[in-house]
Write a protein that binds this ligand. Sequence first.
Ligand SMILES: [Zn+2]
Ligand SMILES: [Zn+2]
Length: 241
Amino acid sequence: MSIKSFLNGSADLSPIQQKMVAEAFTVDLNEPLVFQVGHLGEQYQEWVHQPIVSKEGPRLFANDVLEFLTRTEWWAIPLIWLPVVCWCLTKSVEMGHTLSEVALMVVFGICLWTLIETNTAHYLLHGIHHKHPTDGLRLVFPPAAAAILCFPFWNLIRLITTPTTTHGVFGGGLLGYVMYDCTHYYLHHGQPSSDPGKHLKKYHLNHHFRIQNKGFGITSTLWDHVFGTLPSTKTIDKKSS
Ligand SMILES: [Zn+2]
Ligand SMILES: [Zn+2]
């Protein structure tokens, strides 16, 4: 039994029968969502990209503790993670690196994060954010989930750094993540007055409401250039003109 058919609860059905099950299934937004969306099967992509714009967020889990862990205030992100960044950088200095060397590691770590931002980040918590883009408590990563993800991220960085530069690059990556999550929150719930801010907001709302398969970058459009997922400027400007 594949994981997908297990999640769909339709392991013994032919593909056509599975499709019929999926088509007959509708999501009840008044019930916990997490174990319902698997039933959507191939319809998931279509469902998740039809946003519901309301101030009220959906319930994900029936369990109160799990449910609590899925709601995150944006300020929890810098509050929890910036001290970890500071600890990493202090560690680098203690290991004998100069401040300019540490700065270089941080910049490298931030670049590494921006690459991850457009890929991995998109799949985690992103579906719920696309379906309910105005739910401010389901926008930034829950710290419990981010803490778990720190382990593979640390191991990845350890592979490409020397033992004394791991902390600095990891700290930079984490700093990049904090900037990403706060920027993302600001693009949805803030009113940028500067031109770059206005552009990023337009760029991201365009990703939500016009072309979901383009314009993944939040803090920069760099990797959308690299991966060829840059929306044409025409489509971005259409709505505002
Ligand atoms: Zn997205
Ligand atoms: Zn968003």
